[in-house]
Design a binder for this molecule. Structure first.
Ligand SMILES: NC(=O)c1ccc[n+]([C@@H]2O[C@H](COP(=O)([O-])OP(=O)(O)OC[C@H]3O[C@@H](n4cnc5c(N)ncnc54)[C@H](OP(=O)(O)O)[C@@H]3O)[C@@H](O)[C@H]2O)c1
Length: 251
């Protein structure tokens, strides 16, 4: 299954960062791209620039997803929309936990439920899930985020079992740090928060760019139809997940 086999794609989180870059790639490759995100203004801009079909939707609203999207034949489903919140479970708020589960996992499952049967029926399809190195490694600070991304990792593998015998491919992209808005949104999303996030997480670091992720997605989608690229872990060269902590007991 090469690009020439695919006609349509749907990308969530297409208003910003990785999702916007993937949507543009797929539009450049000549596909009909359905772009999903909440920010209608950004979607309209993207549509004007690249010809994608805008769908201003909240991915946590399953009724709205079904009402607007379920009639579309999607060959490539890119489950990319994601949110992160700082803090471990000890100081997590109820709303933050719900947001991460709802966007990072529940919406991925619901969209997969909506589009995978059509792919199976047509014997043609590719699911691309953006997870994170947080789904594979332990490090401090974002426990619920790790848990939801680990679930996306396992789901990606499981979908291969669910569709065995059909020409359905599943690719999980697990990035390390990428220069996007995600850290600024973590800090509240204001222009000041964006600036602070840039200074804290990106300035002086050689992070990945969305182009690096796009190249990985392009590689997986253009592989020969006999080959399923199951998992691409991509990190900045100067970022490693190493480190084992052994705290000395206080008493
Ligand atoms: N940047 C990194 O370092 C990094 C590393 C590993 C994994 N990731 C993963 O990469 C994916 C893309 O993130 P990014 O880095 O590109 O961050 P980003 O620039 O903040 O983009 C996040 C996207 O998700 C969308 N989104 C969030 N909540 C949504 C909702 N309820 N309904 C619809 N869309 C929603 C946002 O659109 P609207 O606000 O318009 O709704 C936006 O387009 C995420 O899954 C993230 O976890 C990022």
């Amino acid at each position: 299954m090469t690009y020439s086999d695919y006609r349509t794609a749907l990308v969530t989180g297409a208003t910003s960062g990785i999702g916007r870059a993937i949507a543009r790639l797929l539009a450049d490759r000549g596909l009909e791209v359905h772009a999903v995100g909440r920010d209608a203004e950004r979607l309209t801009r993207l549509a004007a620039e690249s010809g994608v079909v805008p769908h201003p939707l909240d991915v946590t609203d399953t009724n709205a997803l079904e009402a607007e999207l379920s009639g579309i034949e999607v060959d490539i489903l890119v489950n990319n929309a994601g949110v992160s919140r700082p803090g471990n479970v000890l100081d997590a708020s109820r709303a933050d936990l719900d947001a991460m589960v709802d966007v990072n996992l529940r919406a991925v499952l619901q969209l997969t439920r909506i589009f995978l049967p059509g792919m199976v029926e047509r014997d043609l399809g590719h699911v691309v899930n953006t997870s994170s190195i947080a789904g594979h490694y332990n490090f401090f600070g974002h426990t619920a985020y790790h848990a939801t991304k680990a679930a996306v990792h396992q789901l990606s593998r499981q979908l291969r079992n669910d569709t065995l015998g059909r020409r359905i491919r599943v690719t999980e992209i697990a990035p390390g740090r990428v220069e996007t808005e995600v850290f600024g949104r973590n800090l509240g999303g204001s222009p000041e928060a964006m600036k602070e996030a840039w200074e804290t997480y990106f300035e002086g670091f050689e992070s990945l760019t969305t182009e690096d992720i796009v190249a990985s997605v392009d590689f997986a989608l253009s592989a020969p139809r006999r080959a399923n690229i199951g998992l691409i872990e991509i990190m900045p060269t100067f970022q490693v997940p190493g480190g084992l902590t052994f705290d000395r007991r206080a008493e």
